[in-house]
Write a protein that binds this ligand. Structure first.
Ligand code: GTP
Ligand code: MG
Length: 299
């Protein structure tokens, strides 16, 4: 028997580069929420994979960008501390967007300062012609911060096995840190809140998703095997509450119905979901909300 190996691998990158999509693909389960909007992920999430003798603990992180508000700062700090605590850092670059954007530039500069090589995955290769990919890979190679460079599509699953195999061979020898069948560190009630937040992101436009947060307040396992879940969607203003509810409560009904379907799939049992929308004028400055998210209020 070969010795066991184990280690943490942080997935970092600018917002919307496909980190959460890749995490789900690597684990083979939908753990992290994914939306077309930037700044979907707010807090680190583990996805645990076994590859031969190696337990790979992937860390999905919030996108890194120039933070302005308190919540942004906490998210970005959470992402960098994920990278600092990990054995390996895997930077995702969106091949369709390239490296010209400010967010990626800032990350490249900070990684260059570390003096330790990271792994690079040029992602979304399904969207970009091959010549452009080779040009981009060449530019990134010259940064001198990356070895190796992979070309992948997290969405289509292309190149993802190669990344996994590379990490499985490279992580340090040591005992596995989690039980064999554990997929994540996130408690069910937190993942359940995320599932509803994903629907809030998908069903609402403009600034509203960013102005809201979701918390699971009640979780009751019923004798008949079903579960009763109560969640609160916090928004900042009464006008936003009206938008989340929609005309005649139509929109909240859609959010609830879709979230419930996802939850039943995820939990493999019947779900009774009750959603409430509350106005908390300054929840983005509210320490309690940060604690519920597991973020550092003073980052
Ligand atoms: N075409 C294509 N789209 C992708 C790929 N990977 C992710 N996407 C899409 O990119 C968008 C963002 O994906 P996410 O996985 O949420 O990105 P993220 O990096 O986790 O974003 P944040 O959490 O906001 O930082 C979604 O619409 C995904 O479907 C890919 O390989 N190819
Ligand atoms: Mg994400």
């Amino acid at each position: 028997m070969p010795p066991t190996r184990c280690g943490y691998v942080a997935l970092i990158g600018a917002p919307n580069t496909g980190k959460s999509t890749l995490l789900n693909r690597l684990v083979g389960h939908k753990l992290a929420i994914v939306t077309p909007k930037a700044q979907t992920t707010r807090k680190r999430l583990l996805g645990i994979v076994i590859e031969g003798p190696t337990q790979i603990i992937f860390v999905d992180t919030p996108g890194i960008f120039a933070p302005r508000r308190r919540l942004d700062r906490a998210m970005v700090a959470d992402a960098w501390s994920g990278a600092e605590d990990a054995d390996e850092t895997l930077l995702l670059v969106d091949a369709a967007r390239g490296v010209e954007d400010e967010d990626t530039r800032r990350i490249l500069d900070r990684l260059a300062e570390r003096g330790r090589k990271s792994i690079l995955a040029l992602n979304k290769i399904d969207l970009v012609p091959r010549e452009r990919l080779l040009g981009l890979a060449d530019t990134l190679w010259r940064e001198g911060s990356f070895d190796p460079i992979f070309m992948i599509s997290g969405l289509k699953g292309k190149g993802v096995e190669d990344v996994k195999q590379h990490l499985a061979d490279r992580l340090p020898e040591g005992p596995w840190l989690f039980p064999e069948d554990q997929l994540s560190d996130a408690p069910e009630r937190l993942i359940a809140a995320e599932v509803t937040r994903e629907q809030v992101f998908l069903q609402l436009h403009d600034e509203l998703p960013y102005a809201s947060t979701v918390e699971t307040e009640q979780w009751e396992d019923r004798p008949d095997g079903s579960v009763r879940i109560e969640q609160v969607i916090y928004v900042q203003r009464p006008g936003q509450r009206a938008i989340v509810l929609g005309e005649g409560g139509k929109r909240i009904k859609t959010i609830g119905a879709r979230s419930r379907i996802e939850l039943e799939h995820l939990l493999a049992r019947r779900v009774h979901l009750f959603l409430f929308v509350k106005v908390r004028q300054n929840w983005v400055e509210d320490r309690e909300r940060f604690d519920a998210l597991g973020l550092d209020y003073n980052a």
